[in-house]
Design a protein around this ligand. Sequence first.
Ligand SMILES: CC(C)(COP(=O)(O)OP(=O)(O)OC[C@H]1O[C@@H](n2cnc3c(N)ncnc32)[C@H](O)[C@@H]1OP(=O)(O)O)[C@@H](O)C(=O)NCCC(=O)NCCS
Length: 155
Amino acid sequence: MDMLIKLYESAGNWATGDDRSHPEIVLRKPRGSEHTLLERWVEDCIAPIWLSEVRAALTNRPVTLFIALRDTDILGFACYDATARGFIGPIGVVESARNQGIGSALLLACLQDMRSAGYGYAIAGHVGAPDFFRRVAGAIEIPDSTPGFYAGMLR
Ligand SMILES: CC(C)(COP(=O)(O)OP(=O)(O)OC[C@H]1O[C@@H](n2cnc3c(N)ncnc32)[C@H](O)[C@@H]1OP(=O)(O)O)[C@@H](O)C(=O)NCCC(=O)NCCS
């Protein structure tokens, strides 16, 4: 199932996760010198299947991927324009750091970046956690979107 997120009326409506925010956690885009390490981390700590999309996002200029860091530990990532233009995701947070608002912060960072880039909507493709996208970004289901864009995808 794919979901649609409105970017144009989002500023006041998005939940920010501020009540659980952690000032020691930094959100930023990775530097070129960090790409290989980040790819290894995605493969080892998150999901090898997402490596292709992470590479696509890292190849975009500007890069369309954010990481969340505590010191030099990567806690999570989110990207857009990776599966296809206008698509948000994949997004992943290490298990030990979940439910602390990090996923929300990463998703919102991507959505804000998309809005700045001129997008009106974002599409969350093949959503594995629909309630997360509903809660954080007001995402709504796109009818008849299974398998939708992903039909015939190589596996
Ligand atoms: C989905 C994911 C990125 C969320 O990251 P997180 O840091 O735990 O999320 P947050 O702490 O910011 O949670 C924000 C809200 O979403 C809810 N939420 C978090 N994960 C959820 C999930 N898997 N399903 C439904 N709701 C979820 C939280 O309860 C919270 O709601 P609240 O504000 O009412 O308490 C993380 O669970 C993850 O990496 N999962 C495995 C990969 C995955 O499924 N990615 C999405 C593929 S579409």
